[in-house]
Design a protein around this ligand. Structure first.
Ligand code: ATP
Length: 714
């Protein structure tokens, strides 16, 4: 017994010892039903395979070759153990090997079809491969398996090497193939069809490459989109996190955090009650004073103001008085016609005495006088109603703005500032009353929204402008200047500045409610404004406010006036001459405006026409030189308006008319109305502030010496 056989036995016995008995029984049964002996069967199969292999496709041919090798070795084994004990097991193995190897051979044949491989060699290698596998499986990893197994391999190899592979269709062709064509012709045909196939394959490869390129491009695009969406998601999450209510006490339950929660809840309840009350009041007042109605003209729908019942009643009363007045006057006229001749003192027709006529006339006169008084009282009342109406309209606007605000939900910003009710809305910002949960004080949170539709340039310009403002403002610590406590970003398009809260009205609201202030009150306000301006001009780095107007003077609960809004302010350069620096030399004012929206430009234009209507800024022929004298001019206009209820130049004029008529350029001399009576000292101060010639106009520190501003005892 050869080594091979020994190994074979041992492997079979080890692998199949458990199955040997049923297998034997199966074989005995087969013999009993008269099946040919296994050896004959195998030989018959062998012959069939060989014939078929020569005609069939390559995978099958190779499989047949492998079968051959397999069968050779199997039959060896069977013979050696004197029967067909391993037929079933070996058939299973063979099938497995076939399955494994068919695909590999198929691949190989495809490669050969590309004309890149030597088929015969490949198949030989395959055959030996198959053998190796068989040895590996059947006999462990023995590398020494030769003998009958090897002989079978060689038989298979010779079988395969006598075959050729048709390169055109990947089939093996037997050298015994009976073909009528001459061999060369056959090769040429095959060659041309192979070329065609190669061309078509190349086309396919090119198309696939194009597809691949597109897919890669798509992948890159999707990746970018993905990054962008991830970034947006991150922003939204951050925003949400920031908006999350009350994280301070969510982190822990210490008494301090519980206290904070209670405070915040109380504040929110109070604010909610205030909101309700404000809305209720508006509803009640609008019945009395009026409401916004909608009118439709064709397709155009617009809002209009409709007076309330109180105003309607007043107007009706006025009309009625007018009618009565006209009737009385008519009576008086007819009475005059009935004046008796001077001679006898008796009206001939009616016999009325002259004295009666005089008395009658006196009655009419007296009636007319009382109508006039009544009329004046109604007019005063109507004026009061108009002011109330103005206040109502502002409050309606505030409530509408509050309802439309995205910050109206009592959010806590920066884990610290509990937003309460909206105080007002400016051109670019919303100001909320808020409570600082760390410092435990009320603050005003000014929320600056950048228009999401703005270009990046515009946003950057606005942010630069704002940062400049806050860098200036945060260094200012003075009783008459609103403190800036904090600034932080809320999201990409919004940031917040936290300001000292001023619970009183701003001067603009005060003047709307009471257009003329008593001189004493006006004086103390202008003195406080000057205190703030003096502070700005005594610092190492002097500042021009550049935007002094009633809306930028706030009052705290004790009536202390404070200057705010440093959005247009300018830092005075060190080397500036006595006449000031060029208006274009810093980013503020008109220069900043260049970068901002049209809305902002209009705002600044409005400013020029009202408070900053400084002559030097209107001198278009040369670059204006500005200094603290600009603020002096604005303060003069403010003081004038407080005392006389109107502005000295261009009051009630449209901006267009102010420009057209050169109102500001002609503003050489300030005129004072006769009423209300105002002290000469006050008028002098105004004259000094509104000195047309910039060189002659005193600056802030010079004006600060004016006795009217000092309250010093003489
Ligand atoms: N520190 C503050 N305390 C209390 N109320 C404030 C404070 N700052 C601003 N306000 C109020 O908030 C409202 C809006 O102020 P904001 O400064 O945004 O608007 P504005 O000055 O009218 O507009 P703009 O800045 O566009 O000129 C105003 O009614 C103002 O009185």
């Amino acid at each position: 017994m050869s080594d091979d056989m020994l190994i074979h036995f041992s492997s079979n016995s080890s692998n199949q010892s458990d199955q040997s008995l049923p297998t034997k029984i199966a074989k005995l049964e087969a013999r009993m039903v008269g099946k040919p002996p296994a050896a004959q069967q195998q030989q018959h199969q062998h012959q069939q395979h060989a014939t078929w292999a020569a005609l069939s496709s390559t995978p099958r041919s190779v499989a047949a070759a492998e079968d051959l090798a397999q069968e050779s070795s199997s039959s060896d084994s069977d013979d050696d153990i004197g029967g067909e004990f391993l037929i079933q097991a070996n058939t299973q193995k063979r099938q497995k090997v076939k399955e494994d190897d068919n695909s590999t051979v198929f691949d190989r044949v495809e490669v050969v079809a590309d004309g890149r491989q030597n088929t015969t060699e490949t198949l030989e290698a395959k055959a030996s491969d198959v053998n190796r596998k068989k040895h590996g499986r059947g006999r462990g990893n023995s590398g020494s398996g030769r003998g009958r197994g090897s002989r079978a391999n060689e038989q298979a190899r010779s079988q395969i090497s006598s075959s050729t592979v048709s390169p055109s269709n990947g089939q093996l062709e037997s050298s015994h193939h009976k073909d009528n064509k001459p061999k060369e012709q056959f090769l040429i045909d095959n060659c041309s069809s192979l070329e065609e196939e190669v061309t078509s394959l190349r086309r396919k490869v090119a198309a696939l490459e194009e597809d691949l390129r597109k897919s890669r491009q798509n992948a890159v695009d999707y990746q970018n989109l993905c990054h962008q969406l991830e970034k947006e998601l991150k922003d939204v999450k951050e925003y949400e996190q920031q908006m999350k209510p009350r994280p301070v006490w969510e982190c822990g339950g210490s008494p301090a955090t519980k206290r904070t929660k209670i405070i915040s809840d109380l504040l929110i309840s109070v604010s909610k009650a205030e909101r309700q009350e404000a809305r209720l009041k508006i509803r009640q007042e609008s019945v009395r004073l009026g409401n916004v109605g909608v009118i439709r003209a064709g397709t155009v729908i617009s809002e209009t103001w409709e007076d309330g019942q109180a105003l309607k009643d007043l107007n009706a009363h006025l009309r009625q008085l007018l009618e009565t007045k006209e009737a009385v006057e008519r009576q008086r006229k007819s009475l005059k016609k009935r004046q008796p001749d001077k001679g006898d003192g008796v009206d001939v027709e009616s016999g009325v005495q002259e004295e009666d006529l005089v008395i009658q006339d006196e009655i009419y006169k007296s009636r007319l006088a009382s109508i006039k008084r009544e009329e004046e009282a109604i007019l005063r009342e109507r004026e009061r109603y108009e002011l109330e109406k103005g206040r109502l309209i502002r409050e309606m606007k505030r409530i509408r703005d509050e309802d439309g605000s995205r910050f109206n939900n009592f959010q806590i910003l920066n884990h610290r500032y509990a937003l309460l009710n909206l105080l007002g809305k400016g051109g670019f910002s919303e100001v909320y009353k808020a409570y600082d949960l760390v410092e435990h004080r009320y603050v005003a949170c000014k929320l600056h929204g950048l228009n999401a539709q703005w270009s990046e340039d515009k946003k950057q310009s606005y942010i630069r402008h704002a940062i400049r403002e806050y860098n200036i403002h945060k260094t200012l610590v003075h009783h008459h200047i609103v403190r800036l406590w904090d600034t932080f970003e809320i999201d990409q398009n919004t940031f917040c500045t936290v300001l000292e809260y001023c619970s009183g009205k701003d001067l603009d609201a005060v003047l709307k409610a009471t257009p003329v202030l008593p001189e004493r009150e006006a004086r103390i306000i202008i003195v406080q404004i000057f205190q703030g301006l003096i502070y700005l001009n005594k610092r190492a780095q002097k500042i021009i406010h550049y935007d002094l107007k009633p809306g930028n003077v706030l009052f705290d609960e004790f009536g202390v006036a404070k200057v705010t809004d440093f959005g247009l302010s300018k830092i005075v350069e060190d080397d500036v001459g006595s006449q000031g620096m060029e208006l274009t030399s810093q980013g503020a004012g008109t220069i900043v405006v260049k970068h901002l929206s049209v809305c902002y430009v209009l705002k600044v234009l409005h400013l020029f026409f009202s408070f900053l209507a400084v002559v030097e800024c209107f001198e278009l022929s040369k670059t204006p030189l500005i200094s603290s004298k600009v603020d002096v001019w604005s303060a003069g206009i403010l003081f004038y308006q407080m005392l006389f209820g109107r502005r000295p130049f261009g009051h009630d004029q449209t901006q267009e008319r102010i420009l057209r008529e050169d109102t500001i350029i002609k503003a050489r001399k300030v005129e004072f109305p006769s009423r209300p009576a105002v002290s000469n000292e006050a008028k002098d101060l105004i004259r000094r502030c509104l000195t047309y010639n910039q060189a002659e106009r005193p600056d802030v520190l010079t004006l600060a010496q004016d006795p009217y501003l000092t309250y010093s005892k003489k």
